[in-house]
Design a protein around this ligand. Structure first.
Ligand SMILES: [Zn+2]
Length: 200
């Protein structure tokens, strides 16, 4: 089985990605200055060089294609399973979280690992999921598709650090899937500031 390049599968997402204006502060950015075609080409190369077997990569890309061909349906507010339409009255399609990961690379939510080992890619090998964790050492965004592949990460599959944060899932407003705030940081910011100074 040949791998159909991502850039061919995802051409029509280009507009969406270029419209993104989310700005996240991450100290070690990797891809924020890249454009969508350049990023897809780079990720394609990394997939080709990956130690992961073609079957796993094709499994992920099949999920990407399946989601991209599935219209989002609307319920409630007088709607009963009708296709959701965008501002130009075009149907909106689902977005697999591997695509969300690509978008998060451009917005600086996480970094692009040097290599894409099998255990990292397993994080995206399910039909539904999200980028649930981030390694706070190498800033890799980690998908929770691993829950279907033998359980969650005990350590970062890229740098082996155990310093993994968890995505903040609270709302409203809910962060889009390509935006990452560590729940630890959100809760720390919510904690009331003490007026007293630290003991010396
Ligand atoms: Zn790491």
């Amino acid at each position: 089985m040949a791998i159909v390049p991502l850039r061919r599968r995802l051409d029509r997402l280009e507009r969406l990605a270029t419209e993104l204006s989310v700005s996240i502060k991450v100290e070690r950015r990797m891809c924020r200055d890249m454009d969508w075609p350049g990023l897809l080409q780079l990720v394609d190369e990394k997939l080709e060089q990956s130690e992961a077997d073609e079957a796993l990569i094709n499994e992920i890309l099949a999920f990407v294609g399946e989601a991209a061909a599935t219209p989002v349906l609307e319920y409630g507010n007088g709607k009963n399973g009708e296709p959701l339409l965008d501002e130009e009255s075009q149907p909106v399609f689902e977005q697999h979280f591997f695509v969300s990961w690509l978008m998060g690379l451009l917005t600086g939510s996480w970094s692009l690992p040097e290599d894409l080992p099998r255990r990292f890619l397993e994080g995206f090998a399910s039909r539904y999921g999200t980028i649930m964790w981030r390694c706070e050492e190498c800033l890799s965004g980690l998908g929770n598709g691993v829950l279907d592949k033998g359980g969650p990460y005990n350590a970062c599959p890229i740098c082996n650090s155990a310093n993994l944060s968890h995505k903040y899932l609270g709302g409203p407003p809910w962060d889009p899937p390509w935006v990452y705030r560590a729940s630890e940081d959100v809760w720390a910011a919510k904690r009331p500031q003490r007026m007293t100074t630290k003991k010396r």
